[in-house]
Design a protein around this ligand. Structure first.
Ligand SMILES: N[C@@H](CCC(=O)N[C@@H](CS)C(=O)NCC(=O)O)C(=O)O
Length: 224
């Protein structure tokens, strides 16, 4: 079995995506957290964009970009998380391609400077929510994106649906309730052990600490 090292910032959702896939594959890996503000030289030498995640394999190969890492792990380790059917697989890949748009819409809330911009960012959330609700409706039954079978789409969206839940607890957003399939999907993902790199309350504390430290509009709303 190869040796895996996953280099991480503690609260990075893109790292979490890669960690979820490793956990779904029941693969042992070293999880090494580094500081965003003090990235060590050994890391800068193996990360082309200087970003996390990096998956180092056998101290020899470094993979970067969470989607490429997830696809690589799925090609090399059982159980296969991509569906067998090529059309379904292409559809799943189309939805993982949509992830950066979804992620940006959610993440934006934590980076705006004032209430007016925050309200505008919140008002954009129903667009991706509606698109995912439609996709889940076309896909049929839950609890996961492809029904009973867990897939790479689940691993991709889980970290960002979790962040939505955290943001909703900082200042109630009230959007998810209007999209029942998305809400049920989110609940299934948050209940799945592989979603979690840390105990849930500890991780939410880390997330809130991170938001507080940004000096943005939401920072002021996070209780110390
Ligand atoms: N598209 C990348 C995004 C990775 C990413 O943005 N990572 C952030 C941390 S969550 C990072 O390393 N930021 C540092 C920087 O931008 O310099 C992926 O999917 O892996």
């Amino acid at each position: 079995m190869a040796k895996y090292l996953l280099v991480s910032f503690e609260t990075c959702p893109w790292v979490q995506r890669a960690a979820i896939v490793l956990r779904e594959k029941k693969v042992a890996f070293e999880f090494r957290h580094i500081a965003r503000d003090n990235r060590p030289d050994w890391f800068l030498a193996i990360s082309p964009h200087k970003k996390v995640p990096v998956l180092r394999i056998d101290d020899r190969v470094s993979l970067f970009e969470s989607n490429a890492i997830a696809e690589y792990l799925d090609e090399t380790l059982a159980p296969r998380l991509h569906p067998e059917d090529p059309v379904l697989r292409a559809t799943n890949r189309a939805w993982t391609d949509y992830l950066p748009t979804f992620a940006e819409t959610i993440s934006a809330l934590g980076y705006v400077d004032d209430e007016e911009r925050y309200d505008k960012a919140v008002a954009k959330i129903p667009v991706p929510f509606e698109r995912l609700e439609g996709a889940l409706e076309r896909q049929g039954k839950g609890p996961y994106f492809n029904g009973a079978a867990y897939s790479l789409v689940d691993a991709a969206y889980a970290p960002f649906l979790q962040r939505y839940a955290f943001l909703d607890r900082i200042k109630p957003l009230g959007h998810l309730e209007r999209f029942p399939r998305l809400k049920a999907w989110s609940e299934a993902l948050l209940a799945r052990p592989s979603t979690h790199s840390f105990p849930a309350p500890e991780f939410e504390r880390l997330y809130r600490q991170n938001v507080r430290g940004r000096g943005k509009y939401l920072s002021g709303l996070v209780a110390a």
